[in-house]
Write a protein that binds this ligand. Structure first.
Ligand code: ZN
Length: 397
């Protein structure tokens, strides 16, 4: 199956693009459709790489608007954890499908997920057509006696995630240092190294977490992980900042982005789950990320638009898997409407970061497959209906 996008614009130049077997086969001025191509008419659009969501809990779309404006622990203990105790695989499947529709609509082509029932997440991602690195959720209530069970559950979950095609990749996701014991974290480090799996963990989210870690181990959380062998250190540990979720829950401090960047640490952007954000639209969060950094630094040049855009598209964090618009690369890209008020004049990158929302996205292509065309995602109505049914079953909607 081959695909052609005609009459679009890349870096201000009129171009065409062709896709064969999931890869960009031709790209540039004068590139036109071949006979038999599925043709997307790109008039009124520009071609840009897709966005990469470095941290989310996709199925938490089911909990959107359930317990807003509560303190973090009250929100978790009284709302989220009791509801999560009732979750089954079909809930997670349809919640993840709903998240995938929202991400497709707002231009995200790849995400890093951490949630229960990873086998159901893998099926949802496979069916939705996106790319994702799906975590095996690991929690042992800080009790080393639970390490053998954590290990057995992790190995079974890894089996559930495999076999869902090349767009679905596994990772190990210990929830946090305050919910997973040190022996379990040691096992995670060893097993990740053995199978070359990435590890994805919440870190230094609250002042309390940092204080408790210093009291217990004499080290701040990142140093504690490094001692266990989990960080990767110079070997590429990536920080994903989730400014909107942190702002809404009123926890933590402003991420010291510039200090991390100046030390050469790879950095990505995440939404966190829709239970706490409440949106999965990275085109909104990239603006908040940039503004927060500017305001904190009292310097409007602290994070320029092009740099914020690079972070949101994964270009500052190779591990996260950015898409590259070049011949031979995977055909993951979006078309944004340049005939919208937000994108019709001014600097294009600044418009994307400061003016646009996901509503400017017209077409989303992943692995050479058109997941949204002219603003329409096939099967969206069924996904919404089923997700609402699951939320009602859980008593959260
Ligand atoms: Zn999270």
């Amino acid at each position: 199956m081959s695909l052609a996008v005609t009459n679009t614009v890349l870096d201000g130049e009129s171009v065409g693009l062709r896709v064969e077997r999931g890869l960009i086969a031709e790209l540039g001025p004068g590139v036109d459709a071949h006979p038999g191509d599925d043709v997307v008419d790109g008039r009124g659009t520009a071609l840009v790489p897709g966005l990469v969501n470095g941290h989310t809990h996709a199925a938490m779309t089911l909990f959107r608007g359930y317990g807003d404006d509560l303190p973090l622990m009250e929100w978790l203990e009284q709302r989220i954890w009791p509801a999560e105790a009732r979750l089954d695989a079909d809930d997670v499947y349809w919640g993840t499908r709903l998240a995938c529709v929202e991400m497709i609509r707002s231009g995200t082509v790849r995400f890093w997920d951490m949630y229960w029932q990873p086998g159901a997440i893998a099926r949802a991602v496979e069916d939705a057509g996106l790319r994702a690195t799906i975590g095996v959720p690991l929690i042992d209530a800080l009790d080393p006696a639970n390490t053998p069970k954590l290990r057995d559950d992790a190995l079974a979950s890894l089996d559930d995630i495999t076999g869902h095609g090349p767009r679905v990749e596994p990772s190990l996701t210990p929830h946090a240092i305050y919910t997973v014991s040190e022996p379990s974290l040691h096992w995670v480090a060893e097993h990740a190294a053995e199978r070359e799996l990435p590890v994805h963990i919440h870190l230094s989210e609250t002042e309390e977490e940092v204080e408790r870690c210093v009291d217990a181990h004499g080290l701040r959380p990142a140093a504690y992980l490094d001692r266990i062998g989990l960080l990767g250190g110079e070997r590429g540990a990536t920080v994903v900042t989730n400014p909107v979720s942190n702002l809404k829950l009123a926890v933590g401090a402003v991420f010291r982005y510039r200090a991390a960047r100046d030390h050469g640490i790879p950095i990505g952007l995440g939404t966190d789950g829709a239970g706490s954000n409440n949106s999965l639209d990275l085109l909104q969060d990239v603006k908040v990320f940039a503004l927060l950094q500017k305001h904190e630094a009292r310097d409007p040049a602290a994070v320029p638009a092009a740099e914020a855009w690079a972070v949101a598209t994964g270009q500052r964090a190779p591990l996260l898997g950015q898409s590259t618009l070049a011949v031979g690369e995977p055909a993951d890209f979006i078309l944004v409407r340049t005939d919208t008020p937000q994108l019709s004049l001014g600097d294009f990158t600044a418009d994307l970061v400061y003016a646009a929302s996901g509503a400017v996205v017209d077409t989303t292509v992943v692995d050479g497959v058109v997941l949204m065309r002219d603003g329409i995602v096939a099967g969206e109505a069924e996904v919404r209906t089923r997700a609402v049914e699951r939320a009602r079953r859980l008593g959260v909607a």
